[in-house]
Ligand binder design. Structure first.
Ligand code: HEC
Length: 171
């Protein structure tokens, strides 16, 4: 069994890190200026605070993990919507191999993509094809699609800013 050495290690580590505490406690108990009751209360408060801090830390870690998986789900949703609707013209990587008429949207800024889609939807930006596409999108679709296409590699590595963002490897 592997747990026996592990347990021994745990006990030794616990003893090693707490042996100094034992000495400090002995000093407190030995000193007449301190009452045993107060030393106990002090200990309880200290341990309670440590448990509280660990709980807060654990909760924060769980929240961070949850946020991370929400982010992944978001990208996936954008990807499947792109596959369903946008791929035919813009391609999955947003590099529109189909025709030069279709602008490259892969690697474009997320807020620009969102702004464009909202503008087509509201009619501020006029284009017969994209008006129809955007009309069918919800605000959530728009955010997910923008997230997906902005995360793709840009077709043109024209500026140092794009190159330094690490999206141009191999180009
Ligand atoms: C039938 C072909 C077609 C489909 C499908 C299509 N688009 Fe487009 N898209 C176009 C054309 C053509 C333009 C250029 C319109 C213009 O000149 O304003 C365009 C423009 C855009 C632009 C603006 C790009 C820029 O540089 O300003 C965005 C963003 C965009 N499309 C996103 C999408 C998304 C997201 C989808 C899927 C929901 C999609 N498109 C589906 C043909 C298409």
């Amino acid at each position: 069994m592997d747990w026996l050495p592990l347990l021994a290690l745990g006990v030794t580590a616990f003893a090693a890190t707490n042996v100094d505490d034992a000495f400090v406690l002995l000093l407190f108990f030995g000193d007449r200026r301190y009452r045993a009751r107060h030393v106990f209360i002090g200990q309880a408060l200290g341990v309670g605070l440590l448990v509280l801090l660990s709980l807060v830390g654990a909760l924060a870690a769980v929240a961070l993990l949850a946020a991370g998986s929400a982010h992944a789900a978001n990208l996936e949703a954008g990807k499947s919507k792109a596959q369903e609707v946008c791929q035919a013209c813009h391609g999955m990587d947003g590099q529109s191999a189909a025709s030069a008429e279709y602008p490259k949207i892969g690697g474009q800024h997320k807020d620009y993509l969102e702004y464009s889609l909202r503008s087509y939807k509201s009619g501020v930006r006029k284009n017969a094809i994209m008006a129809g596409m955007a009309a069918a999108l919800t605000e959530k679709d728009i955010q997910e699609l923008a997230k997906y296409y902005s995360a793709q590699r840009p077709g043109l590595c024209a500026t140092d800013e794009i190159r330094e963002s690490g999206k141009c490897e191999g180009q």
